[in-house]
Design a binder for this molecule. Sequence first.
Ligand SMILES: [Zn+2]
Length: 398
Amino acid sequence: MCNHYFLKMEISKNIKKAKSKKSPKRIIKYIFSSEILLFAVFLFFGFFPFGYFNRNVNTNRTINDVQLFNPYQNVNWDSVGRYRANLHSHTTLSDGINSLVELVEKYEKLGFDFLAVTDHNRATYPWGNFGVENSGSQIQAIAGNELSHGHHVVSLFSDFQASRFRHPTVNRQLSAANRYSSGEARFFMAHPGRYVPFVWMLDSPLWLYNIDFYRNLFNRFDTLVGMEVFNQNDRYRNDRMIWDRVLSELMPHRPVWGIATDDNHGNHFGVNKVTMLLENSTKNNFRNALDNGEFFASSFGRFNPAVLDERHSKSGARWDYVPYVTKIYTCQINATITIEAQNYTDIIWISYRGREVGRGSTINYRKPVIYRFLRATIINEIDGELVAQTLTQPFGIK
Ligand SMILES: [Zn+2]
């Protein structure tokens, strides 16, 4: 039996060989049986952005099903105070060029209410230890630290310092910082655009900082409240695109708030800010507003706002050019969101995968193109030039 079997194989091999020698398909066969194909498959699955084609918006819902989650629903617009904050800055104790005293002085001049000094892997806090008199300063200190092993993450309300050996990954750093601060600390991802140079890389399983990385991290850590959408003017233009992709994955169940910071190393004072909506300027209120998304992110983009201060010979005159939200209200019957604002020329509404879905102060959130989330970019243009913009936090759509 066995001999017979091997004999058959031997014959068929010889027939194949004979055929293939004559056949013009030989080269094609060679390609399909070689490492070339393996390598091509590897490239295809590794780098091809499959998610790019996965763009079908699910409109499989009836109009009346649409539910809105409004992060500003508990804000009392008549009584709420607005507090200016920069949550990312550096001193000479890491790679900044200003001492803490100089830094605080400059932010005070620009009318900031809160400042987080976030030197790399070290807590420059409390400020009293670094020459700033607590009583002499009007500006409130928020303990901070930029966790800088791997994807940078800004840590607030905690003086936790990560060690390269014990906490080499973002997951380890966040777990340890949460434990250390008993859940008091809050975090946001710094300049995601640095880690995702091309947005399609989010869809590559071979890229470390892909969409799964962000999704898993935000699902794992409740204290991770958001990500930077503007950093140092607008250093990484991908920041907002990455934000919209993450929102498209996680909304409406897991909001990710957008944060604009100076990431000041000495040359970026008041180019970006967040405006916190607080009844009283306590740190607890600040943390709650950060959790609930009760704030706005503003940026001068590529524009240099020092020009505006000089024009009016007053430090901080620039803020008169930043779109200022006076009120946001929703109407369930008409399914609309309306933004009342000052210092603006237009409002752009953005939804699933960063698509523009409308313009103007009111939007109907039942439009079928609006899916999972809706956010507004309020822009101020002067002579056709974009001077400043204010971003609302995302509304959830279900
Ligand atoms: Zn930084």
